[in-house]
Design a protein around this ligand. Structure first.
Ligand code: UDP
Ligand code: MG
Length: 318
């Protein structure tokens, strides 16, 4: 039986919350699944918490997790997932930009056999300073990670719980959840969803987020591709640098023998020496990184694989 947990991060959304919960209730009414709405109050400074207390008094579907201070959207999402009772988790924003009426559609797509259904704000109602960097960021993330989605930034997405349990969120990485899910073998689908302009409250992020996303992308790519084998990146770089150094040195000495050109007078000599030192250093750094990875695995003893299903043969006639 499916049990739906809606996880909603909340930071100063007092005016939006009553309308949002109304819309959620309407959207959930026709569904036969049991459900809960987990609001995570991320240290709001307005009346959000009072509003949430009021909602919880009136309706048993409401659960509220109250942070001691503002920890950020990723932490709020993470807390919601940790406390979710459901086997399907649906994330959505509290600002009414996502439409709860889309939830049944996400759910039926999930039931076609997917582990993640990713909402795509095809007709996005934000101004161009938000949408343009977002198009570039989505293209870049798709290209770098090989997970091709149009809209990583859209919070409205549905996940099977067991997939979310395979990894931890930290930093500001909630937009990479589909990438982490892909890395543990999730089947991912994408669906266009409705999007509305923000009518109440203010957007919590500005343009600087694009730079942060870009930097996070470096980390995510590195961890996913080389997190378990850093020597391949550091060592690979080191070998290329050392080869470049050897080729330069060979060229310098060949020139010396053939044309008696001075080796020491050439600017190529310090360059070759620099390549040699950097290459050697890079390989050593790779070895240190391997030690870190080993320490991590020895202390955590976490499996390095994920299992979708185990099928046991039934006892019976041969
Ligand atoms: N949010 C949060 N903690 C924060 C910032 C934002 O829980 O520190 C919540 C916010 O209340 C909203 C969602 O995260 O429900 C998305 O925030 P916002 O609408 O400002 O982001 P955008 O739609 O611009 O991506
Ligand atoms: Mg928003």
């Amino acid at each position: 039986m499916t049990y739906l947990s809606l996880v909603i991060p909340v930071y100063n959304e007092e005016e939006n919350l009553p309308i949002l919960f109304d819309e959620i209730s309407k959207a959930m009414k026709p569904l036969k699944e049991s459900w809960e709405a987990i609001f995570v109050d991320d240290g709001s400074r307005d009346k959000s918490l009072e509003v949430l207390r009021g909602l919880a008094k009136k309706d048993q579907h409401v659960r509220v997790i109250v942070f001691r201070r503002n920890f950020g959207q990723t932490a709020a999402i993470s807390a919601g997932i940790d406390h979710a009772k459901g086997n399907v988790v649906i994330l959505l924003d509290a600002d009414l930009q996502n439409d709860p009426a889309d939830i049944p559609m996400l759910l039926s797509k999930l039931n076609e056999g997917y582990d993640v259904v990713s909402g795509w704000r095809k007709d996005r109602k934000d101004d161009i300073t938000r949408t343009l960097p977002s198009v570039a960021a989505n293209g870049l993330i798709s290209w770098v990670t090989g997970v091709h989605l149009h809209d990583y930034g859209c919070t409205l997405k549905a996940y099977r719980r067991e997939v979310l349990d395979e990894f931890h969120l930290y930093g500001e990485t909630h937009r990479f959840i589909p990438v982490f899910a892909h890395s543990v073998g999730a089947r991912i689908a994408e669906l266009p969803v409705h999007h509305h302009p923000r009518l109440h409250g203010t957007a919590k992020y500005g343009l600087e987020r694009t730079v942060k996303v870009l930097l996070d992308l470096f980390t995510v790519k590195f961890l996913l591709s080389y997190g378990n084998k850093p020597i391949r990146l550091f060592g690979g770089t080191g070998i290329v640098l050392m080869l470049a150094s050897f080729v330069t040195l060979a060229y310098l000495f060949a020139r010396k023998i053939i044309a008696s050109t001075s080796v020491t007078a050439s600017p190529l000599l310090p360059l070759a020496i620099m390549f040699l030192i950097l290459g050697f250093q890079s390989i050593l750094m790779g070895l240190i990184a391997e030690l870190l990875v080993r320490t991590y695995h020895e202390s955590q003893r976490k499996p390095t694989y994920t299992v979708r299903e185990i099928i046991e043969g039934k006892k019976g006639r041969k």
